[in-house]
Design a binder for this molecule. Structure first.
Ligand SMILES: CC(C)(COP(=O)(O)OP(=O)(O)OC[C@H]1O[C@@H](n2cnc3c(N)ncnc32)[C@H](O)[C@@H]1OP(=O)(O)O)[C@@H](O)C(=O)NCCC(=O)NCCS
Length: 153
């Protein structure tokens, strides 16, 4: 199945399908649709969509922050439709972003994630390390977050 998954850069044509994945995965915490319109036209944003048989089944997004002394990338979001999870699509999407960060010659990649989210295991498997706990970071769900960093060679 994974061999049939294609990962493409997100365009305006993908937004409707991506937004359906977003709503299914995040419910009331979902980004608004406008968020996706903004990021597809922002050159500092790198959003990719996983397609299976022309159907969007997941997406991932990363923002480049070059306003700090050392530029870094921040993974802003990742989601895979419930019915397609645990098949390696999340891993494929993170690999894509880490390749993009490499090609931009940016070695530091940051993210924030709920402390009890299974995504922590996904990130750790790429070498991300927890550096900080942000208490009550997700205010709607009243949940804490980990800050995680990866420094690629
Ligand atoms: C997090 C998410 C994107 C993972 O997508 P996925 O396609 O299921 O992930 P993969 O199948 O590629 O799994 C990759 C790794 O993640 C970890 N992982 C994924 N699901 C897991 C689970 N239920 N329990 C434990 N580890 C899990 C494992 O380390 C796994 O590697 P392995 O298969 O070699 O053991 C998906 O669960 C999701 O969309 N969750 C809802 C949205 C969300 O919470 N996003 C994160 C916001 S920061």
């Amino acid at each position: 199945m994974l061999k049939q998954v294609k990962v493409n850069k997100m365009t305006e044509n993908d937004i409707k399908g991506v937004y359906a994945v977003e709503l299914q995965c995040f419910g009331e915490s979902a980004f608004p649709m406008d968020w996706f319109t903004d990021v597809v036209y922002d050159e500092n944003c790198h959003y990719y969509v996983a397609y299976l048989d022309d159907k969007p089944v997941g997406y991932v997004g990363m923002h480049v922050n070059s306003h700090t002394e050392k530029p870094y990338c921040k993974i802003a979001t990742i989601a895979v439709s419930k019915e397609y999870r645990n098949r390696g699509i999340g891993r494929l999407l993170i690999e894509k972003l880490l390749n993009i960060a490499n090609s931009l010659q940016i070695s530091a990649v940051k993210l924030e994630v709920e402390t009890d989210n299974v995504a922590v295991f996904l990130y750790e498997s790429f070498g991300f390390k927890i550096t900080e706990v942000l208490e009550n970071y997700y205010t709607i769900e009243n949940k804490d977050a980990y800050v995680m960093w990866l420094h690629q060679e």
